[in-house]
Ligand binder design. Structure first.
Ligand SMILES: [Zn+2]
Length: 173
């Protein structure tokens, strides 16, 4: 583990830290939360540039995600090939590189995973045909239920038009 990189001891060009974690750093819970498969591999150069801590290199991690459309679990690899982070040092003498890696992997997990986006397996989502009209946008259930009353309101208004006596469809009598 690389919890405490001593920033004061870094050579001027920085220092390369490489390795892998097999243990689960993520502690993701919940039925639909991504499953950590591992390992996390990293190759990161840590350097100091004036007031900044620069971390650059690559990070990869294997997960299993649940497809938001078909509900199947599929393999997914986080590949941060051009990882770059610059953050203020703020007088710190150490850097918790493990926490850094963990956080950036979590931020890279897709919020709305679809199994055909697996970069490990070539897949076709079995539920894809059910959303043929717009494959890029699938409304959340909340939006569907929010829309339903609006549609009802419109029909109510239309229904009321003839009975007001001023509707354009009313025939003369
Ligand atoms: Zn799917």
């Amino acid at each position: 583990m690389f919890h405490n990189i001593h920033l004061n001891e870094l050579p001027s060009g920085g220092k390369l830290f490489e390795g892998e974690f097999r243990n689960d750093l993520f502690d993701l819970s919940g039925e639909e939360a991504p499953h950590y498969i591992g390992p996390v591999k990293f190759s990161l150069n840590v350097s100091i540039d004036g007031p900044w801590i620069i971390v650059e290199g690559s990070v990869t991690a294997r997960f299993e995600l649940e497809c938001a459309r078909c509900g199947q679990w599929f393999p997914y690899s986080i590949d941060l090939d051009e990882y770059y982070s610059q953050e203020p040092r703020e007088g710190e003498s150490t850097l918790d590189l493990t926490a850094h890696i963990r956080e950036d992997i979590l931020l890279s997990l897709p919020g709305y995973p679809r199994c055909e986006e697996s970069n490990v397996e070539d897949r076709t989502c079995p539920a894809a045909g059910k959303f043929a009209k717009d494959a890029e946008f699938v409304p959340f259930p909340e939006e569907e239920t929010a829309e339903a009353p609006k549609r009802t309101d419109i029909w109510n208004v239309l229904d009321q038009l003839p009975s007001t006596g001023s509707g354009p469809t009313k025939s003369k009598s």
